[in-house]
Design a protein around this ligand. Sequence first.
Ligand code: LM2
Ligand code: CA
Length: 457
Amino acid sequence: PAHAAPSGNRDVIVHLFQWRWKSIADECRTTLGPHGFGAVQVSPPQEHVVLPAEDYPWWQDYQPVSYKLDQTRRGSRADFIDMVNTCREAGVKIYVDAVINHMTGTGSAGAGPGSAGSSYSKYDYPGIYQSQDFNDCRRDITNWNDKWEVQHCELVGLADLKTSSPYVQDRIAAYLNELIDLGVAGFRIDAAKHIPEGDLQAILSRLKNVHPAWGGGKPYTFQEVIADSTISTGSYTHLGSVTEFQYHRDISHAFANGNIAHLTGLGSGLTPSDKAVVFVVNHDTQRYEPILTHTDGARYDLAQKFMLAHPYGTPKVMSSYTWSGDDKAGPPMHSDGTTRPTDCSADRWLCEHRAVAGMVGFHNAVAGQGIGSAVTDGNGRLAFARGSAGYAAFNATNTAWTRTFTTSLPDGVYCDVANGTFVDGVCDGPSYQVSGGKFTATVPANGAVALHVEAPG
Ligand code: LM2
Ligand code: CA
């Protein structure tokens, strides 16, 4: 099936990991829309297991009990609908994290009521799926070099749906179509490489067109494929976009090591740019294989800014919360395990996206322009033009970088959107004068300077 790219230039995705629906609606109105974010990846909205004995871990969401949208830890169905509508009015799409490879697993809660009160046990979800709807390989995936096993056995013990079955395909498509009917514009397909390509194609081919505000075409889908020697991203690109984990490794190592001078070519040799969703970190890598995360402070924010300045891929900005100790720790929550509203200045919410918000306008303004006029100074410094629409300088060293940069920008005064924002005609950061195409700047240690034609100073 053909999948429309997100409309216009507003393609930047922010993952508001574990945020309540109401908090996301507020963020769309106050921050995401005005700064030009294109979409929010929201945490899975379906009924999930509830695990008080494990202190309500974040990963409850990845064990569906039913496709009811009511009573997740993030709010009610009505809250979800209000979020979709509020965000749309703000020009921001909602992409749902679609957990469709599996249902619940064996563990602390082999059975029990789910978050919306549905009873279940592993392989039995009354009214939805029974034993015959699951694959016969009822054991963990052990040989990751065996593609059949990766796609038909169990990922960490989670009941693996028989996605080859037309009934299962219809049931999953009905869930996704309900979300489309509510105005959802796209999907992250969780664990996509564990679903055979043909099965996923059969599911996606059943999907309706999205809301006219988003162009009315097929939903935008990006499939979570952690490529290895057995399954490549290329096996899934005919179905939509894919997550490019090699980009995550490349950009994270580069910024962690202060080795960024070569990054003009970031993404070359990887998934074609128009099919790649790119990220510095996601909710799994920040826990299980951290290279560069929020715990690295300014250097990490710098990498997310660089991602927004560089032309390869569709950027997905991470916005998370801190935890100490156990990586299963859930978000700030009430005593019943439901999530607390986000307050970016309280609790453990980090709101990393706000630190890079000015760069979203840069990304949008320079769309379609290639990289040019690159300059470096040692391994840790790189500046480049995006045609005559923008110019950005990055300094991944611990000392400031002062120099005169030569750009193709029209002469004028520009807002530095790496250190401020430009919203409703107001620049709240430093400004620079460009004359004869040149400007002189001191790029802060572990910081950036970024100018573009849509943000005068
Ligand atoms: C994903 N992508 O393919 C998600 O990005 C990832 O976060 C999910 O794992 C995974 N696939 C399944 O959707 C998370 C979490 C796991 C957790 C599962 C299910 O990283 O640790 O597994 O969600 O909640 C947990 C336990 C695990 C147990 C399993 C089943 O950690 O030990 O396995 O539940 O009870 C026996
Ligand atoms: Ca599977």
